[in-house]
Design a binder for this molecule. Sequence first.
Ligand code: F3S
Length: 301
Amino acid sequence: MTADAIMKRSRIVLIEKAKETGFCFGVKRALKILEEAVDKYGEVETLGPVVHNERVVDSLGRLGVKVVESSHQVAGRIAVIPSHGMPPQVSHELKARGLTIIDTTCPNVQRAQKAAKELSEAGFWVIVFGDPHHPEVKGILGWAAGKGVATLDSEAISKLSDLPHRLGLLSQTTRNPSQFARFTNDVINLLLPRIGELRVVNTICNVTEKRQTEAMELAEKADLMIVVGGRNSANTRCLAEVCSSTGTETHHVESAAEIQEEWFGNKTFVGVTTGTSIPDRLTQEVMLRLDQIRKRGLDAT
Ligand code: F3S
């Protein structure tokens, strides 16, 4: 073995998994509803992936769950609304076509949708702090009946020339609470002279908040963090951002196979956390891979 290869051997002493990993209650609930629907109806079609995890979507596909991109592509009789929800207009359109709707929207997302609807009906223009391209955010905005906007940039709001007098502020469920607080603060500082009223509703999911706090605590102790989850999963990307913000080297992986041995050359404490759409089996594979790397490091000493 070359000196270089020996240097790259891990020196891992400790691997710690966050207390909460794997599916959140919203994902478990969605999968249960979906499995019951498949038992009852055979084939069903989901409007986009029911959860943001390819492996889970593939195994559901083998049970008879087909993914379509939009309501217009539903060819069968049973349409499933995914856990991150949809604008109400989509359900109305599907109902008008006589389809049966199975709604797996997470109760925490429903809370955000209800807040958007109530604010809009009370005459507030709704600002959703979130990624405007994310389906959950588009859905929440739909519940505000088009009277609002989604953004992560408070400056963009301040540039609006015809700013409504009453603003309602809420968040994508998977956002970081400190970032939402900062955004709210910026909105107050930038816009208060131009508006009459601002109402803020905290719609961040409690599971997300708890997981991010735990991940940050773990990242502060660890030399390296592994964050497991889909690259298109908003909550996993937020977890990775939170871990990186502590200054600890952080790697976002979708599977154990992506973990590279050379990351661990001078690391002794590795922390692991996962997004909320990750099956326990995948977390176990990651822990096993890390343990193999740790053992190889010990054997080399
Ligand atoms: Fe729901 Fe929060 Fe999970 S919004 S789907 S419980 S991450």
